[in-house]
Design a protein around this ligand. Structure first.
Ligand SMILES: NC(=O)c1ccc[n+]([C@@H]2O[C@H](COP(=O)([O-])OP(=O)(O)OC[C@H]3O[C@@H](n4cnc5c(N)ncnc54)[C@H](O)[C@@H]3O)[C@@H](O)[C@H]2O)c1
Length: 393
């Protein structure tokens, strides 16, 4: 696959690092950046044969099969529409839009042009995520009741993120988009998100948007997705997920305290890991950041999807649903009420909230709970099927 990258900033470099880290048959052949110096430096750093400061020229170049969009959020719509118009497959970073209206326009444009629209949601491709998801799909933890995802760090690295007009919001649209999609995968992408309750506030930074937020996303089958985001968390980047099922539990820690601790007196001044706040004392490096953040598996899925004319596991449709959930979260933060998730084009199933099958203790009682006490004694809490009285045996 011959690839163009639009943008030469933080995520463009992560993507390029992932694309050149292992021997791949896919190559970046063109880069677009606003300034010639940045375009040229990126091209030199990654052995990219072509560079330009003209976005349209980059997208329409004959030697390009797919375009990777690594631009600030305010430029996703314009650049995706240009790719669709040029008939190029397009892989866009997160969040797809600043809101669901933008995301829907992008979805409709790629579908009309019959090109692949891949949503570059890397955290849904980390090795730990992929293993968790397959465990859930294999029934290892039963039915998912609650899926929580947290992303917190001390705040982003470029000015445009902090400008609500350009970014579409604060920590919620920036980090919450990851968390929402992680929980949605665990609960089941074909289950409809129906409403959201959210708290968001600006606690620390002098900005208009929220720098801290927590939200609950209710799904049609009764499951709850929870997101926790912050741009004022101290101590690095905290990426953790928890899934509670009727038959099991999954805890995933993607970044800090993952079993790789290092102490240094600080004589060397080197990079530790994304958003690390210190490079002295006890540190939590990450073994292979590109792989552990999911970039490698993500690009493999995207390119295979294009080649095999199938949808990638994370598509523009997923990006649209994430934006629709976040729109409801913003509304709920303002109204302080549960707000409906407005999806104009639902492609999943119509699920019902299931009533759980009761476990019999005997013919007259249901079993609620059994527990072995420190004394070794076994206790059964039971419910009378006729009277409903709760008793112990
Ligand atoms: N884990 C992830 O998936 C992840 C991580 C970080 C950022 N992102 C996303 O990647 C995108 C870029 O973020 P970043 O961290 O690389 O930011 P960045 O500021 O480092 O880079 C932004 C790029 O956009 C270009 N740009 C900005 N304004 C422009 C304009 N008006 N015209 C032309 N080019 C312009 C900049 O020159 C730069 O090349 C955002 O959508 C962000 O949400 C994703």
């Amino acid at each position: 696959m011959k690839l163009a990258i639009l943008g030469s900033g933080f995520i463009a470099r992560f993507y390029a690092d992932a694309l050149v880290a292992q021997r791949r048959k896919d190559a970046i052949t063109m880069v677009y950046s606003r300034t010639e110096a940045n375009a040229k430096k990126f091209a030199n750093d990654y052995n990219v044969p072509g560079y330009t400061t003209n976005m349209k020229e980059c997208i329409t170049h004959a030697n390009i099969d797919a375009v990777i969009i690594a631009l600030s959020n305010d430029l996703h719509l314009e650049s995706v529409l240009a790719c669709a118009e040029a008939g190029k497959h397009v892989l866009c970073t997160k969040p797809l839009g600043r809101n669901s209206q933008e995301a829907l326009q992008m979805l409709e444009a790629v579908e009309k042009a019959n090109v692949t629209g891949g949503y570059l949601e890397d955290l849904c491709y980390t090795p730990k995520f992929l293993k968790s998801l397959s465990a859930i799909k294999n029934g290892n933890i039963g039915e998912v009741i609650w899926a929580k995802s947290r992303e917190t760090h001390p705040g982003p690295h470029s000015n445009w993120f902090w400008d609500k007009e350009k970014s579409g919001g604060g920590a919620m649209v920036d980090l919450g988009c990851h968390c929402v999609e992680i929980s949605r995968n665990f609960i089941g992408k074909n289950i409809k998100p129906i409403e959201v309750m959210c708290w968001a506030d600006t606690r620390v930074h002098p900005i208009d948007a929220e720098d801290n937020a927590i939200g609950l996303v209710k799904y049609e089958n009764g499951a709850i997705g929870q997101f926790e985001v912050s741009w004022s968390f101290r101590g690095g980047m905290d990426l953790r997920d928890e899934v509670m099922g009727t038959e099991g539990t999954i805890w995933v820690n993607n970044f800090l305290r993952t079993g790789f601790d290092m102490f240094t007196s600080g004589k060397s001044n080197s990079y530790v890991a994304e958003k690390a706040e210190s490079n002295t004392g006890w540190l939590f490096p990450v073994g292979d950041e590109m792989n552990e953040l999911g970039y490698n598996h993500m690009f493999t899925d995207m390119f295979e999807a294009i080649e095999n004319k199938r949808q990638p596991h994370e598509s523009f449709y997923d990006g649209y649903i994430v934006n629709a959930i976040l729109d409801a979260a913003y509304l709920s933060a303002a109204t302080k009420r549960w707000e409906p998730v407005v999806i104009t084009d639902w492609r999943g199933i119509a699920a019902k909230k299931e009533t759980k099958q009761m476990t019999d203790y005997d013919k007259d009682f249901y079993l609620i709970k059994e527990e072995t006490l420190p004394s070794g004694e076994k206790k059964f809490i039971i419910k009378n099927k006729k009277t409903g009285s709760i008793e112990v045996r």
